[in-house]
Design a binder for this molecule. Structure first.
Ligand code: MN
Length: 245
């Protein structure tokens, strides 16, 4: 099996190192990741400048671009083969509910899926990298167990609680929960006295009920959500069509 690995925290992040180490014994892996932290990059492509690919001492490739750039360049320019699977992560912190729209971790997997390749985005339930090696071993279990058993191609969003390996195991199928609107920007003054803004934290959970990714992770379970690309609001489509007649 050949696996393309990317992330949004950058090629030096502990999460992608742990994931690559865990997957190397079971697959031919190649790592192509951003040269810096591009969390929140969503599905953006860099169209205003060229991209360059460099190889680090450990064999990882890094790109001066977004997670989507990385997977796009790998699939359409770098690799002379088609990977069997694209995995992304493991992200520093959760990607649940509305987070998935902003996430570069999910976006890297999505780019693989758009090319018809099965793809899995992995994130940890909490920030700070606690138990990252346990999460990576658990991610390998998931790849081994589900790679061939699910109808392909699939796009899976997986959130793993920060727990020791022995306490991981139960994987539950979930739907995305919802958050309240994001907190306001944080205002500050730059050293020259000019007002600046930092994007604030995401909103608190709004729909975190049973069946959601938020609920599963809060119960200490690994959440697995199958994603799709089509954002069409199918129930409004007919109403809209009538309204436009
Ligand atoms: Mn990230």
């Amino acid at each position: 099996m050949r696996i393309l690995i990317s992330n949004d925290d950058g090629y030096l992040a502990p999460g992608i190192n742990a994931l690559a180490e865990a997957l190397a014994p079971i697959a031919d892996i190649v790592v192509v990741a951003p040269d810096s932290n591009r969390s929140g990059a969503s599905n953006s492509l860099s169209l205003d400048r060229p991209l360059s690919v460099q190889r680090a001492a450990n064999g990882f490739y890094f790109v001066n671009g977004t997670p989507t750039d990385c997977v796009h360049v790998a699939l359409t320019g770098m690799l002379d083969y088609r990977p069997d699977l694209v995995v992304s992560g493991i992200n520093n912190g959760p990607n649940m509910g509305d987070d998935t729209l902003y996430s570069g971790t999910v976006a890297a997997a999505t780019e693989g899926f758009l090319f018809g390749i099965p793809a899995i985005a992995f994130s940890q339930g909490s920030y700070g990298w606690a138990n990252i090696e346990d999460a990576a071993r658990h991610a390998r279990d998931i790849v081994q167990r589900y790679f061939d058993t699910l109808p392909k191609p699939y796009l899976l969003n997986v959130n793993i609680p920060n727990r020791p390996y022995a306490e991981l195991g139960k994987v539950v199928a979930t739907r995305l929960g919802r958050r309240h609107q994001a907190e306001p920007v944080i205002r500050a003054l730059d050293p020259r006295g000019k007002e600046i803004f930092w994007i604030g934290p995401p909103g608190a959970t709004k729909d975190a009920g049973e069946g959601t990714d938020f609920y599963a992770c809060a119960q200490g379970q690994t959440s697995m959500t199958p994603l799709q690309i089509d954002l069409t609001h199918k129930t409004q489509l007919e109403t809209l069509a009538k309204g436009l007649e």
